[in-house]
Design a protein around this ligand. Structure first.
Ligand code: FES
Length: 229
């Protein structure tokens, strides 16, 4: 028979394990902010195009500190790497800015607008389920999309076309229920709109994730180091 002390320990570990799922959700471990696989130093490839390199050089001169350039540099990387920040992309940004891999990865995985999953779709569909959208039927839209695409939160369809994410307020409550694809807000959205949206996106050659990254880089360049104001 277990001593009361050992029983106490088992109870503690049972409780702890029951809470792991809740803790993972809270800390966003294993969700859409998954950590990319870091490459070995000898395997890092510098893949920025000449345009990407000159954009980064121009941005570096616009900020008082190189650290302030991390966000736009990650947008350049997201565009240059086809919409996904792989471990190699993070390492390239770190090398080009002379910062540590851990620092760049920390920033990239903190903001949900950066795509750090290993298999990211050509189009990211973000569905707001926050208060106003919730009241206006966001979960009806969310469930419809999940059934239509056969994937859940943070997952990508097998053909690599769509990544689905449930997100917090998109700051477009007047258009609830609203969703975001690339730099477009769509709302109020109905099931019928979703059918035509998916059809349109399937026929779109360019990745909306890449288009969005490019648009943000251009705003940064235009604003001369003042961010997205
Ligand atoms: S609650 Fe959905 S955009 Fe604000």
């Amino acid at each position: 028979m277990n001593s009361p002390q050992i029983e106490g320990c088992s109870f503690f570990y049972a409780q702890k394990s029951a809470n792991i799922d809740a803790m993972s959700e809270l800390l966003q471990i294993g969700s859409q902010n998954a950590r990319p696989n870091p490459p070995k130093p000898e395997d890092v490839e510098m893949k920025f195009s000449t345009t990407g390199v000159s954009e980064l050089e121009s941005l570096k001169g616009q900020y008082p500190e190189i650290k302030a350039c991390i966000l736009p540099a990650l947008w350049i990387a997201q565009r240059e790497y086809g919409g996904t920040l792989t471990g190699n992309a993070i390492a390239e940004v770190a090398l080009r800015l002379n910062r540590s891999y851990a620092e760049i990865e920390g920033v990239a995985t903190f903001y949900s607008m950066y795509n750090t999953q290993h298999a990211f779709g050509k189009h990211k569909i973000e569905v707001c389920t926050c208060l106003t959208c919730h009241v206006e039927g966001a979960y009806r839209i969310w469930d419809y999309l999940k059934a239509k695409l056969g994937v859940g939160h943070g997952e990508t369809t097998a053909d690599g076309m769509f990544t689905l994410e449930e997100v917090e307020c998109l700051d477009a409550c007047d258009r609830a229920p609203v969703l975001q694809v690339g730099d477009q807000y769509i709302g109020p959205v109905s099931e019928k709109d979703i059918d035509s949206l998916l059809e349109r996106l399937r026929a779109t050659k360019e990745s909306t994730a890449v288009q969005m990254a490019d648009a943000i880089v251009k705003v940064h360049l235009r604003n001369g180091g003042k961010g997205l104001v």
